[in-house]
Write a protein that binds this ligand. Structure first.
Ligand SMILES: [Mn+2]
Length: 325
């Protein structure tokens, strides 16, 4: 099934000429790597492309080649005449935020690897077996017989590496390693890539991380662990570095933990909580996120829930408890 939709996606890409590219808000390595590598793919085909993201690049991704091609959303972009939108790494159109206002009547090519994808596109190439959107773009290059170069190789490697937790999560397959191996031939500095993304936390952010980790709560005999990021803790932070993944991966290392939840009060919006969920494998956190209008993968998901922090937390924890194995 996915092979047919890969062909359909490739055919649609050949057909159009002026592309709008976007990814989800709070973009991370996979979203950024996939969209920039896809931007270069379109350039190789001689097409015009503009990348528009609602949120800026987190500081740890400043080393990515081509990052200046990512433009912030402005309502004035409406005047630009696109003939196709390509949305990457998104379960639904709402995930691109304000940018969705730009593509009202445009045909949409939806390229994604989330099992909860809503198939919102005109063409939907959704492959939940792919480790990452970047791995799908890798396959697209192959299918369209386009060559990689040093920049695209680095971008796709970053996307695959970050979404697989550096090749240790269950989404890592033989194909993932084969793709990474082929990309590595371009000879970029892997330790430096790793250092840039994971070992580059500003000291003040590290102090915030430690403060958060001092208040890890556990319930159900330690099977569920959770932390909160209240707005008052984040207000003074410049939000340059994305700590979410660091917090979640630290907590999931605690013995006997089956599910981890992070509750973050969104700044600027009252009573809006971003919930990030991780599972050690037994609990299906995609199902839990979907109960609150979100989604993702079986072992990593998220949702945005309206309500007071304590109420949202109680509801989500109760739902996780019902889904414990
Ligand atoms: Mn992804």
């Amino acid at each position: 099934m996915s092979r047919t939709s890969l062909k359909e996606a490739a055919a649609a890409i050949r057909k159009y000429n002026r592309f709008l590219i976007s990814v989800h808000t709070s973009p991370e390595g996979d979203a950024l790597g996939a969209e920039l590598a896809f931007f270069y793919l379109l350039q190789k085909l001689g097409k015009q492309a503009t990348i528009i993201n609602e949120d800026p690049l987190p500081a740890e991704y400043n080393f990515l080649p081509g990052k200046d091609n990512i433009k912030p959303y402005r309502p004035a972009w409406k005047d630009i005449d696109f003939d196709c939108a390509v949305i990457l790494d998104c379960t639904d159109l709402g995930r691109i935020g304000e940018v969705s206002k730009l593509n009202n009547r445009l045909p949409v090519i939806n390229i994604d690897h989330h099992i909860s994808n809503k198939k919102f596109g005109t063409v939907n190439w959704v492959d939940p077996k792919a480790s990452s959107a970047s791995e799908m773009i890798f396959r697209l290059y192959k299918a369209m017989r386009l060559p990689f170069d040093a920049d695209t190789a680095l971008l796709l490697y970053v996307g695959i590496m970050t979404d697989t937790g550096s090749f240790r999560y269950s989404n890592t397959t033989v194909f993932t390693h084969r793709a990474a191996g082929e990309l590595l031939r371009f000879g970029f500095n892997v330790p430096l890539v790793y250092k840039n993304i994971y070992e580059n936390i500003p000291f003040t952010d590290m102090q915030l991380l430690i403060k958060v980790l001092l208040h890890i709560h556990r319930t159900s005999g330690g099977k569920i662990a959770w932390v909160e990021l209240p707005a008052k803790l984040l207000r003074h932070k410049k939000l340059s570095f994305d700590l979410t993944d660091h917090i979640l991966s630290f907590i999931r290392e605690i013995k006997d933990t089956q599910a981890v939840a992070l509750f973050k009060e969104n700044l600027g919006v009252r009573n809006e909580i971003r919930v990030n969920l991780r599972s050690a494998g037994l609990v299906d956190v995609n199902k839990i996120a979907q109960a609150f209008g979100g989604g993702g993968h079986k072992t990593a998901s998220g949702c945005t829930v309206h309500g007071r922090l304590a109420d949202v937390r109680a509801k989500v924890i109760a739902q996780i408890r019902r889904n414990l194995k």
